[in-house]
Design a protein around this ligand. Structure first.
Ligand code: PLP
Length: 392
């Protein structure tokens, strides 16, 4: 059976061009980039090229790019650096809909005595901007807001928000892990001081990412040891990963237009067809500005996990809006923060498309989904109750 992969916000296929670019660094050019001999030391040139490719995609300068192991490490490094460089400030700000990489980190800082503001969002997942600005004070060390949400695709107005925050002399970090390669980013035009990215979300390899650090930003390393990355992150360079990420950035730049137009149309077609074919379904955050590749659709009165299992029987891979925590199926904190009713949050499915998604694949999904939901609803006592109530 063919696999229809619409789970690209979880991870993506590594582009064949990226694999090709990486291979020599496993087989022939496997040296340590920090070695004195030219076999290893020569790799510095390759790393420099990759750093430039990453910088070019986001409007940065090569020396502002720090390679890490991925989005989670970039996020932790950014917050660590901000707090270590501003030891007197004890207030930090984020939103209620962040990825666990930030959410859990901020909860830990809260336990360790920091005052944390988790800014709420409205019913469409849009940040309450007034609440954000009102929370800021002389004691605020950093504001960290995701550029786009991984579950709903809802985009925060980071260009404007970062300028506002920066004008108050407060550091601004953005988790742009879901944004890079999907919409244009230009840090030379906004007030972002620190920006996280991760290669496996845009057809690069897993285990490699980067943190953009605006020139002049005070920085304290989180991982210490050797002098790699200019002393900002110790550890032998992941040369194949770095080269792969560089190539993936160059490709992402070339494919931005396709994602913004063709993929966006495919996403809209999928969303509209499903909302039309399935009664009592809705798009979470559908009225907000969103990434072009993502739609999160709530099918009321069915369980997301059951939907995913049936989709899997047809070879369709997607994600649900629940997180299986300690045996109980809790709806995601993102949908809860948006006030999506439990009956809808439980039955939410995220479809995330990519440059490789085709019209045939979308048609296939549109064909298979309505009977799947109908089959599950026919077994659901809650659905029976809800439809009977609606009739009276
Ligand atoms: N931030 C966001 C918004 C994400 O979607 C993810 C991954 O799903 C991460 C951070 C973590 O990135 P990584 O898997 O590279 O650690």
């Amino acid at each position: 059976m063919k696999t229809i992969y619409v789970d690209n916000n979880a991870t993506t296929k590594v582009a064949p061009e990226v694999v090709e670019a990486m291979l020599p660094y496993f087989t022939e050019r496997y040296g340590n980039a920090s070695s004195m001999h030219s076999f290893g030391g020569g790799l510095v040139v390759d790393i420099r090229r990759a750093r430039t490719q990453v910088a070019d995609l986001i409007g940065a300068r090569p020396e502002e790019i720090l390679f890490t192991s991925g989005g989670t490490e970039s996020d932790a490094t950014a917050i660590h650096a901000a707090l270590q460089s501003n030891p007197d400030k004890r207030h930090i700000v984020t939103s209620r809909v962040e990825h666990p990489a930030i959410k859990t980190l901020f909860e830990r800082y809260q336990k360790n005595g920091y005052r944390v503001t988790f800014v709420p969002v409205d019913g469409e997942g849009r940040l309450e901007q007034t609440a954000l600005l009102e929370s800021l004070s002389d004691d605020t060390a950093i504001v960290s807001l995701m550029w786009a949400n991984n579950e709903t695709g809802v985009i925060n107005p980071i260009d404007d928000l970062s300028r506002e925050v920066r004008a108050r002399g407060i550091l601004f970090h953005t988790d742009a892990v879901q944004t890079v390669g999907k919409i244009p980013i230009d840090v030379s035009q906004n007030g972002v001081d620190l920006l996280s990215m991760s290669a496996h979300k845009f057809h690069g390899p897993k285990g490699i990412g980067a943190l953009y650090i605006r020139k002049g930003t005070k920085f304290k390393p989180m991982v210490v040891g050797g002098h790699q990355e200019g002393g900002r992150r110790a550890g032998t360079e992941n040369v194949p990963g770095i080269v792969g990420m560089g190539r993936a950035c160059a490709l992402a730049g070339e494919n931005l237009e396709d994602v913004g137009t063709r993929v966006r149309q495919l996403r809209d077609t999928l969303e509209q067809a499903l909302l039309q074919a399935v009664p009592r379904s809705m798009a979470n955050g559908g009225q907000a500005e969103r990434l072009p590749n993502t739609t999160s659709i709530a099918f009321e009165y069915v369980e997301g996990e059951a939907i995913l299992l049936l989709m899997n029987e047809y070879g369709i891979c997607a994600s649900s809006g629940s997180a299986c925590t300690s045996g109980s199926l809790e709806p995601s904190h993102v949908l809860r923060a948006m006030g999506v009713p439990f009956t809808a949050a439980h039955g939410s499915i995220r479809y995330s498309l990519s440059h490789y998604t085709t019209r045939e694949e979308v048609d296939y999904i549109v064909d298979k989904m309505p009977p799947i939901i109908e089959r599950l609803r026919s077994m659901s006592p809650f659905w029976k109750q809800a439809t009977e109530a609606a009739m009276h």
